[in-house]
Design a protein around this ligand. Structure first.
Ligand code: UDP
Length: 455
């Protein structure tokens, strides 16, 4: 394609990416960068020193520029994340402008900036300097639509969340019920709503919005965003399948442990193992951990369970999880995509984080959805009731865990589980069609490259 940069002489135009320092945000941003790099663009990563990426893990021609932040650690899921994100944006605003101005002065070839949607201060810095800025939404289109609808949700009384209305359908935002609406219970609703308004404003004033989603799962949601934003929208996902050689995750992974996990999976029959992970941020208390352990033990299925250090509120519990040693493997971290790709894995008990969800869809793995907060609530709704490739786990209780897994995996032939597996298999094929030559995500990526070429 003539519009693509010529990488052969190393003169590709430079794209500055600005990832948010959360794993679930960094991973898709680096995957997008890898896709642009593979098509000839030079990459500069403008990052915070909080969870700074390790340059040694990326192609040697990536450049890295740091911005200091006052916080030494990300807040726990139980803290006020919305207030933290406002403060993080405010504290980085001047440094973003300063570093970008220096790059523009030094490197005439910088053609655009791609920021996480959450970095509204970076969007503002780019606008003030007159450099085109694209925004990447690392979660679903439905989640971005919720951002856009938030003022109406508040005005029409769907929020603050009222437990007695939990199952009411939200007419402004189908297919959501009140309980599926995005919220962070540990943050003030006003702060959260104000934050979302700034995300939407940043995207509205950007040169385009990139979405980690694809036509077959969120066609209408993408159309609604297009209508509402009036900027180009590029649904290029799932990004885990777009980058043929994804960069290493910005997370220390123990490769020996990864091998042990995959060797253990090799010993298990096809479709027999339940993979359990609640992502990189969600936490549970000791009681919930014990209930989950008992529910898993009750299922009778082998399971691989990620229990991150720091995942348990109040520190590691002083209790015996009573796990069946011969059937369960508990690890602090797993090579999730490889695990989901493994034939032994029959189902995924997930917190419904967006990356985990699209990774499971990409491999055709059915899900038991246990959303914890934020966009996970709405994503679980889509997985279970729109795409119908999962079942809801109604709270962390021994019985709810056991019965959700039973519906998916048996024991015994369960018609519901069979149909869910068939639909999951079908969606996996649709992922393949989307990213193939001429598929919707492939065309969106070409559109994005064309847009960048015109800057
Ligand atoms: N992940 C992983 N190994 C684990 C747990 C998580 O590789 O043991 C990865 C997972 O593949 C996904 C990311 O961490 O890419 C989690 O992102 P997601 O959006 O699902 O959830 P978050 O962590 O943002 O809540």
């Amino acid at each position: 394609m003539s519009l693509l940069c010529d990488r052969s002489n190393g003169t590709g135009r430079r794209v500055v990416i600005i990832p948010l320092p959360y794993l679930g945000h960094m991973t898709p941003m680096f995957r997008l960068a890898a896709a642009l790099h593979a098509r000839g663009h030079a990459i500069t990563v403008l990052h915070t020193e909080l969870h700074a990426p390790d340059p040694a893990s990326y192609p040697s021609d990536y450049r890295f520029v740091g911005v200091g932040v006052p916080a030494a650690e990300l807040p726990a899921a139980s803290e006020d994340i919305a207030a933290f994100l406002v403060a993080l944006n405010d504290s980085c605003a001047a440094a973003f402008k300063d570093r970008l101005a220096a790059m523009l002065a030094a490197e005439g070839s910088v053609c655009c900036v791609v920021t996480d949607v959450v970095w509204f201060s970076a969007q503002a810095a780019a606008r003030e300097l007159g450099v085109p800025a694209l925004a990447l939404m690392t979660s679903s289109a439905a989640s971005f639509r919720t951002f856009m609808a938030y003022p109406a949700l508040l005005a029409n009384g769907h929020l603050p969340y009222d437990e007695s209305r939990r199952d009411h359908l939200v007419e402004e935002l189908p297919p959501f019920r009140v309980r599926d609406l995005q919220r962070i219970d540990t943050s003030s609703l006003d702060t959260f709503a104000g934050l979302l308004e700034r995300f939407v404003d940043g995207a509205r004033r950007s040169s385009g919005l990139i979405l980690n989603t694809f036509h077959s799962i969120e066609d209408q949601e993408v159309r609604n965003i297009r209508d509402g934003l009036a900027v180009p929208v590029f649904p290029v996902g799932p990004l885990n399948k777009i980058s043929s050689s994804p960069p290493p995750l910005p997370q220390d992974q123990d490769q020996d442990q990864d091998c042990l996990i995959l060797d253990w999976l090799d010993t298990k029959p096809t479709g027999s193992v339940l993979f359990v992970s609640l992502g990189s941020v969600a936490t549970v208390d000791a009681q919930e951990l014990a209930e989950l352990a008992r529910g898993l033990a009750d299922t009778g299925h082998p399971f691989l369970w990620v229990v991150r250090p720091g995942m348990i509120r109040g520190g590691p519990p002083d209790l015996d999880l009573e796990l069946p040693a011969d059937r369960g493997m508990v690890v602090p971290w797993a090579p999730q995509e490889e695990v989901l790709r493994h034939a032994a894995v029959g189902a995924f008990l997930t917190h419904s984080g967006w990356n985990s969800t699209v990774e499971a869809l990409s491999e055709g793995v059915p899900m038991a959805c246990l959303p914890c907060f934020g966009d996970q609530l709405g994503t679980a709704r889509y997985a279970c009731h729109v795409w119908r490739v999962g079942v809801e786990v109604q709270g962390i209780k021994r019985d709810t865990v056991r019965s959700a897994i039973h519906r998916l995996m048996g024991p015994g032939a369960i018609e519901e589980g069979k149909e869910i597996r068939e639909r999951a298999h079908d969606l996996k094929s649709k992922v393949g069609q989307s990213i193939a030559q001429g598929g919707s995500s492939h065309m969106a990526l070409l559109g994005l490259l064309e847009k960048i070429a015109c800057f």
